[in-house]
Design a binder for this molecule. Structure first.
Ligand code: MGD
Ligand code: MGD
Ligand code: SF4
Ligand code: MO
Length: 809
């Protein structure tokens, strides 16, 4: 019975249904479990001494937004999780990859068992942000929410209702607020993401849609150039062939040279002896332009490719509307158009801080490679000039003419091979949308926000500001949104945003701003199906069981709570549609299965625990079919071709309103410094300040786990030479400050960051006395970031900042 087999794509693990450890261990001592339990490696010594006699093992998961979705097996005794177990080496030879949770995932039980978890519904009694709450009943909480929601609809209409970003929960029915609020009367929608706002907005102008080869292509490549792609810092576990998997799996299959272009020597870089090219943040487009200059002036571009598949490289393929105006890409690079500056390596060197000779060499390396894989991840585009930077990097693959070839990609960020299973939803009757980052503006002056000035969609101008605000499983009121101090001040005025609902597991910094604060049962404690992460060549489904069954304080599932709110509107039946939460999960899942018969039935899935499926085609080079037959397989751009010059983008430039002269867009990919670039550095703020996503946390999630904090502390990375000038020593607490605020944070004095730039990982828990000095002692970078959105996406420019550093004592 207790066998583990590999059935093609299916991982069969019947023990997860609750067989006792004793049974499993007995089996393990024989041959059946194949060393499964002997090789268990609990992360901590205390875990190794657990009594196991009456434990149950429950199949669960680490549901968080790190791009992996790792299964976990909880050892449960007396209805409490004792420890969490990750994948076992028995799966090393699983052709579909391994599942090995990182230290964060292994700490999920520390989070679940955290004595500081929210236990009861509460209402705010102090000022917003003070963190003073009083326990109330569920009845009062639901009554208050429903009454306030009705009032909001009556007074302002659905554009005043908003659901903020919250990426803490990943299961098919785990986020029920969109369905609830669609049925109660609608809500102001949000387009884009904090992850990829700029790239998502920019890509369609050039490509019709984002399109890239997966990392599996690297096996056929001889040169890998990664712009800001810290692949193994991102998903440290392995859900199938994740990016971390990539670092190991593909490296063993390729002899390619790797070059990482990053202001920071990342852990991904440390994994090997890859070359690191330190670059000043926000200047990748200048580097790309200089590489283009070398390729063009040395006749190394694939002109046939450019003429066949693209428009706007040079005058030969310019659209009628722009002919004869020196507006081609080549004009920009060679100094015959736009700013009339030749984009030589010597021009780019002082901008990027990469020596001109190295830029030339890089251009030659790219041109000489048989199959260069030139890619970027999302750090490059999370800048104020992210749209142009994103397209500029794509240009390199176009100039070399490698798009559609084996071992190559487009330069767009890679996506994932995945099952497409939808989440619970309903059609939102309100069609107005803002960019996901613009919500503070929409609270402040929503009624003034327009399509042309603020990127409002679905209407020309909003009719109201946001009045009713929901933050479910997100810390994005302050901690994860820019300029926490400004947001704090904005939210003090309760006539602006009148009501804030936060539904959480912990007293996060954002939770302190709630008017009503609700305690959730963590998703990892519930039954549910967890679908794919967002990278890799293996699609995964995890069928999770509830770890514990007893009532734990007054925590309640958001699905049930939304049903109760619906009841106050007299639409509970409509919300439920005859199904409870499990019924919904089942229906959504079986609906997806009807379209994708590879998926096992709901029952079979639960029997198996995990189902993963490798892309059977291996990988297909992105846009292969377009390259084979561009007429038959036109892209979704207006011309059907790759648009280096975009008339549609020119139209945006001509018709939108930009009121900051640093908000620059061009119809071909160019280097524009953007707001808060190094050009904005002053004597007071001499450093560019950039962020990154850190192994210690997934955003702010896991920021409460003491052992992880000790293993990977929150620090500001400062170059040794800069630190010497400021007399700063490694490990000392320093002040980092700019116009937005001040943080006190430990210095990491290191050669791993380019001089002139300091870096703070995003997601540190903001910790400021807002009635006192307002200094953030938690080292949250958003204390220092700006609300001002990027020009096209109206997205978060959170990696573009300038700041000063000083000793505290
Ligand atoms: N451990 C961990 N993993 C995560 C997350 C997490 O919080 N923690 N978050 C997940 C989520 S939601 C997302 S969206 C992704 C984010 O993935 P990314 O956006 O790719 O992550 P970042 O760390 O912001 O950027 C990647 C690298 O780009 C570098 N970089 C920053 N600015 C520049 C620049 O201007 N030029 C160049 N060349 N490099 C630059 C950074 O130093 C970093 O090493 O990660 C996911 N994975
Ligand atoms: N400066 C800067 N800011 C950034 C970024 C950056 O690079 N730089 N990156 C941005 C990106 S890419 C993203 S995706 C966002 C992410 O921003 P958020 O979505 O706010 O991410 P987290 O901070 O992980 O917040 C998730 C929250 O969900 C809660 N949670 C976990 N499990 C449960 C559950 O079962 N139920 C409930 N109710 N809550 C739960 C956690 O306690 C946590 O507070 O941050 C963005 N912010
Ligand atoms: S890699 Fe991501 S999903 Fe996997 S255990 Fe770590 S934090 Fe959780
Ligand atoms: Mo993200």
């Amino acid at each position: 019975m207790d066998t583990i087999e590999h059935e093609g794509s299916v991982t069969r693990r019947s023990f997860v249904k609750g067989a006792s450890v004793a049974t499993a261990a007995l089996a393990a001592s024989g041959v059946v479990l194949d060393g499964m339990f002997e090789k268990t490696e609990p992360a901590y010594a205390d875990e190794q001494n657990q009594e196991t006699s009456d434990e149950k093992i429950v199949q669960s998961h680490c549901s968080c937004n790190c791009a992996s979705r790792c299964p976990l097996w909880f050892h449960v005794k007396d209805d409490e999780i004792q420890w969490a177990q990750s994948e076992q080496e028995a799966f090393d030879d699983d052709p579909n990859g391994k599942f090995r949770a990182c230290l964060r995932g292994r700490s999920v039980r520390r989070w679940i068992n955290d004595p500081d978890r929210l236990k009861y519904p509460m209402k705010r009694v102090g000022k917003r942000g003070e963190g003073k709450f009083e326990r109330i009943s569920w009845e009062e909480a639901i009554d208050t929410i429903a009454t306030k929601l009705k009032e909001t609809y009556n007074n302002y209409g659905p554009e005043a209702v908003f659901i903020n970003l919250g990426s803490g929960v990943y299961s098919l029915t785990g986020r029920p607020f969109p369905r609830l609020l669609a049925l109660t009367g609608g809500y102001l929608g949000a387009y884009g993401t904090y992850s990829a706002a700029q790239s998502t907005a920019a890509a369609p102008y050039m490509w019709g849609a984002n399109s890239a080869s997966t990392y599996a292509a690297i096996q056929d490549s001889d040169l890998v150039v990664m712009f800001g792609d810290a692949a193994s810092d991102m998903e440290m576990g392995c859900t199938g062939e994740s990016k971390h998997g990539f670092s190991y799996q593909h490296r063993t299959n390729t002899k390619a040279k790797y070059i990482h272009i990053d202001p920071r020597y990342s852990d991904t870089n440390c994994n090997s002896n890859d070359e690191w090219l330190p670059i000043r943040p926000g200047t990748d487009a200048a580097l790309a332009a200089a590489i283009a200059h070398v390729l063009i002036s040395e006749n190394l571009v694939d002109k046939t490719f450019l003429d066949t598949y693209c428009i706007g490289y040079d005058e030969d393929t310019m659209p009628e509307s722009a002919k004869g105006q020196n507006k081609s890409y080549k004009d920009y690079i060679m100094g015959t158009g736009y700013d009339k500056v030749e984009k030589t390596p010597e021009w780019a060197a002082p901008i990027t801080l990469i020596p001109a000779e190295r830029i030339k060499k890089l251009a030659h390396e790219m041109a000489e490679a048989k199959a260069p894989f030139i890619t970027q991840y999302l750090g490059v585009q999370r800048h104020s000039n992210g749209e142009m930077a994103y397209l500029s990097i794509c240009m390199l693959n176009l100039l070399l003419g490698v798009v559609g070839k084996k071992g190559c990609t487009t330069g767009c960020t890679t996506g994932a091979y995945s099952f497409s299973i939808p989440w619970i939803t309903a059609t939102n009757p309100c069609k107005s949308q803002i960019s996901v980052f613009s919500w503070t503006d929409a609270i402040d002056h929503g009624e003034k926000m327009t399509a042309k000035h603020d990127g409002v969609k679905g209407t020309d101008q909003l009719s109201t500001g946001i009045k009713f605000f929901v933050e479910y499983a997100g810390n994005c009121i302050t901690n994860q949104h820019s300029d926490s101090n400004r947001t704090h001040d904005l939210l003090q005025d309760e006539s602006k945003c009148e009501f804030i609902l936060v539904y959480e597991t912990l007293m996060t910094d954002s939770a302190k701003y709630a008017d009503i604060l609700l305690p959730d049962i963590m998703r990892a404690e519930q039954k549910g199906i967890i679908n794919d992460g967002y990278s890799g060549d293996v699609a995964t489904c995890i069928y999770a069981n509830p770890a514990t069954t007893g009532e734990k304080f007054e925590r309640r599932s958001s699905f049930d709570v939304c049903a109760d709110i619906a009841d106050k509107f007299g639409i509970k039946d409509k919300f439920l549609d005859g199904k409870d939460q499990e019924g919904w999960t089942k229906q959504i899942y079986e609906g997806a299965r009807a379209k994708d018969p590879r998926l096992p039935s709901y029952e079979e899935g639960y029997e198996k625990g995990v189902f993963h499926y490798r892309n059977p085609k291996g990988y297909t080079p992105a846009l292969e079919s377009f390259i084979k037959d561009p007429e038959a397989n036109k892209l979704k751009t207006p011309s059907g071709k790759i648009e280096i010059y975009s008339e549609a983008l020119q139209k945006v430039i001509d018709t939108w309103e930009f009121d900051d002269e640093r908000d620059v867009l061009t119809p071909v990919p160019t280097y524009v410094p953007g707001a808060d670039s190094y050009l904005d550095c002053t004597d007071e703020y001499p450093f560019t300040l950039c962020g990154f996503h850190y192994k210690a946390r997934t955003h702010s999630s896991f920021g409460n786990i003491e052992v992880i904090k000790q293993a990977a502390p929150q620090e500001v990375w400062i170059n040794t030479m800069d630190a010497e000038k400021l007399n700063i020593e490694n490990g000392e607490t320093v002040s980092v400050f700019n116009d937005h605020g001040e943080v006190h944070i430990q210095a990491k004095v290191t050669g791993r960051v380019i001089p002139g730039t300091i870096m703070i990982s995003q997601g540190g828990w903001r910790n400021a006395d807002m009635n006192g000095d307002r200094i953030d002692k938690g080292g949250c970078i958003n204390t220092l970031c700006s609300w001002h959105p990027s020009p096209l996406a109206k997205g978060n420019p959170q990696h573009s900042n300038v700041a000063g550093v000083r000793k505290i004592s």
